[in-house]
Design a protein around this ligand. Structure first.
Ligand code: IYR
Length: 228
C-alpha cells in the first residue's frame, strides 16, 4: 500500500451470465435510444430529490486522480432563471447575428434554434455545471486537477443518462461565452461554467426533429483478429 494512501477494499464485482448481459444491454440500448433533447418544457415542478440523486449519479464519474473537479448548481428560483435567460439571450443574439458562420447557422436549421431562450425560464429547474481547473489549498495556494474537461464531460454524460433513466427530459445548452453564469451564481474564481442544462417534463405537444443516429458500422471499426 502506498504510504498515506487509502486502504484497499474488495471490489465486489457481480459477474453476470451472458444471457443476463444480453438482456440487460438490450434494455439499456432501447432506453438510451429513446432519449431526445427537449426544447419545450412544461412548468410542472420536478421531484427535486430525484434530481439530486441524478447529480449524485453524475458524481460517480471517473475523474483524473479522483479529484472530482465538478460542481452542479441546481436552480429553481424564478428570479435567477430570469437573470440567466436575459444574460444568455444577450450573448446568443451576438452568436446568431455575426459570431456564428453561415455554415454553422445552416447546420442548426433542423433544430429551430435562435437567440430567444424561453426554456431557461419555463423549465422548472436548470442545472449549471462548473469545472474546477484547480482547488484552493491553504498550504500550496492551488491544488492541481487533471483531465478536467474529460472528467466533467463524462460526469455530464452520466448526468444526462441518469436524468433520462429517472424520467426527466433535458436540454444541453452551451451559451457562449458563459462567464455570466459564474457572476449570477456567485461561483468562486477556480470554477468555470461548462454546461447549462434545463430539465423538466416535455410539453404535451412537444415535437423533436426526425433525425437518425449513426449506425454501428459508422461509429465502430472492428479490429478483431482476422479482420482488416
Ligand atoms: N449555443 C447556441 C447555438 C447552438 C449551437 C449548437 I453546435 C447546437 O447544437 C445548438 C445551438 C444555442 O444554444 O442556441
Amino acid at each position: 500500500m502506498a504510504e498515506g494512501g487509502p486502504q484497499k477494499i474488495p471490489l465486489n464485482f457481480n459477474r453476470r451470465t451472458n444471457a443476463e448481459m444480453n438482456e440487460g444491454s438490450e434494455r439499456m440500448l432501447a432506453r438510451y435510444q429513446s432519449r431526445r433533447t427537449v426544447r419545450h418544457f412544461s412548468s410542472d415542478p420536478l421531484p427535486l430529490e430525484v434530481v439530486e440523486r441524478c447529480i449524485l449519479a453524475a458524481g460517480t464519474a471517473p475523474s483524473g486522480a479522483h479529484k472530482q473537479p465538478w460542481h452542479f448548481c441546481l436552480i429553481t428560483d424564478p428570479a435567477i432563471k430570469k437573470k440567466i435567460r436575459e444574460a444568455a439571450e444577450k450573448e446568443e443574439y451576438f452568436n446568431y447575428h455575426g459570431r456564428m458562420s453561415g455554415r454553422w447557422l445552416k447546420d442548426l436549421e433542423p433544430f429551430d434554434t435562435n437567440h430567444i431562450k424561453p426554456h431557461l425560464e419555463e423549465a422548472p429547474a436548470l442545472i449549471a455545471v462548473f469545472r474546477q481547473a484547480w482547488q484552493p489549498d491553504e498550504l500550496d495556494g492551488r491544488k492541481q486537477n487533471y483531465y478536467v474537461q474529460e472528467s466533467v464531460g463524462i460526469a455530464c454524460g452520466m448526468l444526462l443518462a441518469a436524468l433520462h433513466e429517472s424520467g426527466i427530459a433535458a436540454l444541453t445548452h452551451t451559451p457562449s461565452p458563459m462567464a455570466f453564469l459564474c457572476d449570477i451564481l456567485d461561483r468562486p474564481s477556480h470554477e468555470k461554467a461548462f454546461l447549462l442544462i434545463p430539465i423538466g417534463f416535455p410539453t404535451d405537444d412537444c415535437e423533436v426533429p426526425d433525425i437518425a443516429r449513426k449506425s454501428l458500422d459508422e461509429i465502430r471499426s472492428n479490429m478483431g483478429a482476422g479482420k482488416k
